[in-house]
Design a protein around this ligand. Sequence first.
Ligand code: SAM
Length: 280
Amino acid sequence: MCPAAALYIVPTPIGNLGDISQRALDTLQQVDVIACEDTRHTAKLLSHYQITTSTWALHDHNEQYKAEQLVTRLLSGQSVALVSDAGTPLISDPGYHLVNQCREAGIQVIPLPGPCAAITALSAAGLATDRFAFEGFLPAKEKARVDKITHLMEEPRTLVFYESPRRLLDSVAALVRVLGEARQLVIARELTKTFETIHSLPAGDMLTWLKEDSNRCRGEIVLMVAGYKPDSEVVLCAEIVRTLTLLRSELPLKKAAALTAEIHGAKKNELYKYGLENGL
Ligand code: SAM
């Protein structure tokens, strides 16, 4: 049974309803009230599991005010579960003000582990996961987006973004422009759902691949970017290697590397080093 006067942070499925834990279901069944982002959305999940607990709307636009009311209920001895539409509450979702106010009021906050698109995507991406930086959504406006990527250009940790299908192409194009064609990207789409795909390519090739078929931009998306690596660890995309090899057949390596860098927006010294290491 749930102890009284606690706020439970309850993750819910990001697609596959089977991903909810038994503990999450028990908690949703036993608390006095469920605070949720969209009561109609959560109603579908609750009805699927025949849970009849009453719900209470807590979303971005009313959170500060509604959080105060929930804190009052918690202080009077009630227990509350917080859910969002999908995944882990507070991860690019509402809940920060409520948790913050609860902790300030000395109310126990109990987190349950469960689905989160960023962690699910990372676990299968094949990128380094010993350290990573979750960056939420990239800005919608082009200049702000490019500024943000520029700021992260030499970040050595794997970068994880949430992305909207409408903006995916623009974001990948901006990544190519700022980070170069060679930086490895992974796109995880529709995780846990019927059309789940996880695709890994250097940025330049990824942009081409996305443009080939608009279906590749559809659905819910996690976009991951390999962290910045010192020169010798860079893996160049096939297109860049082709250009470099072709130019090298006519020119000294230094000149071929400089021209290839100019054509593809890559780094001259990385290409030169690649040429030396690969006997071009
Ligand atoms: N709190 C959620 C979590 O723990 O993952 C994230 C909420 S955020 C508002 C929604 C974004 O998460 C989507 O736009 C998408 O970028 C990502 N996302 C959610 N479900 C996903 C899925 N099944 N596959 C890929 N990305 C997903």
